[in-house]
Design a protein around this ligand. Sequence first.
Ligand code: BJW
Length: 249
Amino acid sequence: MIRLPEGLIARLQNCQHLVVLSGAGLSAESGVPTFRGAQNGLWSQYQPEELATPQAFRRNPALVWDWYAWRRELVAKAQPNPAHLALVQLEVKFIRSGKRFCHITQNVDGLSQRAGGTAIIELHGNLHRYRCFEENTPIVNIQESQETPPRCPNCGGLLRPDVVWFGENLPQETLESAIQEARECDLFITVGTSLLVQPAASLPYIAQQNGATLVEINPVPTQLASSANYCILAPAAQALPALVQAACE
Ligand code: BJW
C-alpha cells in the first residue's frame, strides 16, 4: 500500500490545469530500461549518452541504428503498465470536467499513446519515426534495405530515428508549447525522470515560479525533491494508480 502525502488528494481534486512531466521511469515497469539505469545484455558495454549524439551517428551509423532497432523491438513487445493507464484515466477525468490536462513526456517509446493518451507532448521525439540525417525531412515509409542504416529515398542520405540527441535543439514549437503549459498550470507532477537533461529539467521550476504546486514521483529523490511540495518515493506503477484512485473516489 502506498501512503499518499496528506493534502495531495484534495490538491489534485481542486486542480484546474494539471501538467505531468514523465521520463524513462514511467516505462520501467513495462520492462523498458531507463536511460541511466544499469544496462544489460547486448548493449551493456555502451553508455546510452555516448550513442544518443549526432557525433556517434557520424562515427558509426550502423552501431547507432542497430541500438535503436533493438530498442524499437523491445518496445514493440512491451505493454503499457498501470502508470501509463492511470495517466490516461487522469486525462479523461480532467477533460470531462472541462479542466486542462497535458502530459509532457521525454520518452520516445510511444507507450503512453498506446495506453490511449492523446494530450501528449513528445519533447524528445519518437523512435518509431524516421528522418533524413542530411536534409532533416521526415520519412514516412522506409523501404526494405540491405544497407544499415537505410538511405533516404529523396537524396540518398542516411536515415536516422526521429529523436532529439544531445547537442540538438528540441523542435521549437514543441518546446514552446511545453513551456507555455508549465507557465499556465496550477499543479505540476514529475514522474520517473532524473531531471538531469535540459531543457526538460527546467519545466518544473518554470511551473513553480508561476505559482504551481510541485509533486515528484520517483523511488529515488532527485534534486527537485527539496523544492517540491509533495514527494512520493515509490515506483510509478504503484504511486500513480493509488493517486488517481484516491482522487476519483
Ligand atoms: C523510476 C522507476 C519506476 C526508475 N518508477 N521512477 C544547460 C546546462 C547544461 C547543459 C545543457 C543545458 N542546456 C542544454 C544542455 C545540453 C544537454 C544537457 O541537458 N546535458 C545534460 C546532461 C547536462 N541538452 C541537450 O543537448 C538538449 N538540447 C538542447 O538543449 O539544445 C540547445 C543546446 C545544446 C547544447 C548546449 C546548450 C543548449 C537535447 C537533449 C536531448 C536528450 N535526448 C535523450 C535521448 C533521446 C533519444 C533516446 O531515447 O535515445 O533523451 S538523452 C536521454 O535523457 C533521453 C531521455 O528522454 C532524457 C531524460 O532521461 P530520463 O527520462 O530522466 O531517464 P533517466 O534514466 O535519467 O532517469 C530515470 C528515472 O526514473 C530515475 O530518476 C529513476 O530513479 C526513476 N525510476 N524506476 C518511477 N519504476
